[in-house]
Design a protein around this ligand. Structure first.
Ligand code: KIV
Ligand code: NA
Length: 264
């Protein structure tokens, strides 16, 4: 199978063909999503919440995320694998961003990097792009800035719309190969997508972006906590695993597992 490259995403945009992205943090999910034809696998800093058990994405470190990214990159044969830069690992300076992004490329083998910020991160985006690292700029609601933004809320309503547009344009101008918009009004996200030459990816940003992304534990029913309204649940993995674990426990306690055929 032919590897998905950044130019393929741009070509899909030009053809008006939607593309898909899911998070992945390990080998089996990477294999399954790759086989399903998901175009981009994001090793998100949301691993903080979905792997390491934190309440926000802020605590995860580069050293904790790189091994997960390495597992995903090693397991996907078609999808473009993107690594997410953790909070505090790039905001400091373009050089800091370069050093962190280069570690993801070299140690994990990802093909692209995502960071949070548009206009404010333009120097970082430009540094990576000029150094040969494809960058996706995450704008709109940016979870790493939760405390500055005053919690989880839609960005770009009313007068704030221009700020989101300016972030998108600044990211494109700085050399980003795509822009990811989170929790932005659908109409604004569609307008920005039409205005940009580079592809856009949406989460909680309506149907007018070029691609869509979801966190897999949300999309497939492993996380059954309070989910944002932009999530659609496509499977009930928690139910499947719960029944499996209960059946196993019942067999062991009832003495029916292992059976003779499971032994030597
Ligand atoms: O870390 C993540 O999962 C993300 C997506 C929600 C876009 O950044
Ligand atoms: Na993220």
């Amino acid at each position: 199978v032919k590897r998905v490259r950044t130019h393929h995403l741009r070509e899909m945009k030009q053809r008006g063909e939607k593309f898909t992205m899911l998070t992945a943090y390990d080998m089996y999910t990477a294999q399954v999503f790759d086989e399903a034809g998901i175009d981009v696998l994001l090793v998100g800093d949301s691993a903080a919440n979905n792997v390491y058990g934190h309440r926000t994405s802020l605590p995860i470190t580069v050293d904790e995320l790189i091994p997960l990214a390495r597992a995903v990159a090693a397991s996907a044969s078609r999808a473009l694998v993107m690594g997410d830069l953790p909070f505090g690992s790039y905001q400091g300076s373009p050089e800091q961003a370069w050093d962190t992004a280069a570690r993801f490329m070299k140690e994990a083998g990802v093909a692209a990097i995502k960071l949070e910020g548009g206009a404010a991160m333009a120097p970082q985006i430009e540094r990576l792009a000029k150094g040969g690292i494809p960058v996706c700029a995450h704008i709109g609601f940016t979870p790493q800035y939760e405390h500055a933004l005053g919690g989880y809320r839609v960005q770009g309503r009313a007068e704030a719309a221009d700020r989101v547009l300016q972030d998108a344009l600044a990211a494109q101008e700085a050399g980003a190969f795509c822009v990811l918009m989170e929790m932005v009004p659908a109409e604004l996200a569609a307008k920005i997508s039409a205005q940009l030459e580079i592809p856009t990816i949406g989460i909680g940003a309506g149907n007018g972006t070029d691609g869509q992304v979801l966190v897999w534990q949300d999309a497939f029913g492993l996380n059954t906590g309070r989910l944002p309204r932009f999530v659609k649940q496509y499977a009930d993995l928690r139910g499947v695993l719960l029944e499996g674990a209960k059946a196993y426990a019942a067999d062991v306690k009832g003495g029916t597992f292992p059976a003779p055929e499971h032994g030597f």
